[in-house]
Design a protein around this ligand. Sequence first.
Ligand SMILES: NC(=O)c1ccc[n+]([C@@H]2O[C@H](COP(=O)([O-])OP(=O)(O)OC[C@H]3O[C@@H](n4cnc5c(N)ncnc54)[C@H](O)[C@@H]3O)[C@@H](O)[C@H]2O)c1
Ligand SMILES: [Zn+2]
Ligand SMILES: [Zn+2]
Length: 345
Amino acid sequence: MKGLVYLGPGRKALQECPMPKIAAPTDAIVKMSKTTICGTDLHILKGDVASCTPGRVLGHEGVGVIEEVGAAVSAFKPGDRVLVSCVTACGRCAYCRRQMFSHCTTGGWILGNSIDGTQADFVRIPHADTSLYPIPNGADEEALVMLSDILPTGFECGVLNGRVAPGSVVAIVGAGPIGLAALLTAQFYSPAEIIMIDLDENRLNVAMRFGATAAINSTDGPAAATVMKMTANRGVDTAIEAVGIATTFELCQKIIAPGGTIANIGVHGTKVDLHLENLWDRNITITTRLVDTVSTPMLLNVMRAARLNPAQLITHHFTRDQMMDAYETFAHAADTKALKVIISF
Ligand SMILES: NC(=O)c1ccc[n+]([C@@H]2O[C@H](COP(=O)([O-])OP(=O)(O)OC[C@H]3O[C@@H](n4cnc5c(N)ncnc54)[C@H](O)[C@@H]3O)[C@@H](O)[C@H]2O)c1
Ligand SMILES: [Zn+2]
Ligand SMILES: [Zn+2]
């Protein structure tokens, strides 16, 4: 079988890999049908993720068909179509019992990180009963790929942690797939305003189509001043950081209203200043979170009821043999206008 293998910083190849085998009775082997590439895969390729070592098959998203199950797997059988969650959960450890699957002591974000991932013909999924979801009959499988990671991430880390509420004013800094997923799911709660901030005009146009009430291009001018002007100097109730750099987290600190919540989603590789000299008396909350994927069953229901259309995030299609081209397209999103790319097997 073939997989997209990380070979060290800046190096990757689509190459022949050993077929995964059942290693524990709770494992399943899934034959992949569709996968995608995440911004986090690009972080790995830059050498930012120390836990991911050379030789690793990348990918933590996708849908497929059960090929084989271990003796202890009871929820799935060969032939079942499944959604792969980016987070593996045993369902039994102290963190899983608290619904904090991201910190499962024998799981968490391991796929395409510390174990081989989904950008391959076959993948081994540990704790299969609690880490896979059955695909509802008639579901749009490509759209479902958006439920492996980006929709639960935007919703849990951004919307839920950010306490988006009816009538509230929300700003989302970063209109990449994650910021756009936060934009789509923030609308579950009918906020009065959703202001999107990015440097990329195309992504801001997409955001306006997806329901943003205003868009600010922060390339030309101080975005903070524009937000304060738009909100009669009050600021926003929720500021969602969906980029992962110091400038954008600092922007969130400048625009947060008294009593507001800054919900960080971005993966930060370098230090960020916390301006308590300005914020100490503002009754604000700051949250951080690694996606737990606890909202996946709810998102599946909302999607089944056609109240959410994740397919609108898909811009490009590739075959398994074009996986290297898919990476090129995704890595140059400003030129290619890529949001999410689908790779079909
Ligand atoms: N917390 C989690 O569990 C979790 C899960 C998945 C991804 N992430 C992280 O979420 C972040 C967003 O992911 P993504 O896939 O959407 O990334 P992305 O790189 O596709 O999108 C980031 C967006 O930020 C914009 N941007 C860059 N600099 C900016 C600036 N100075 N001001 C305004 N906008 C700016 C870019 O134009 C881009 O549209 C990443 O850091 C990713 O690693 C976190
Ligand atoms: Zn991801
Ligand atoms: Zn666990």
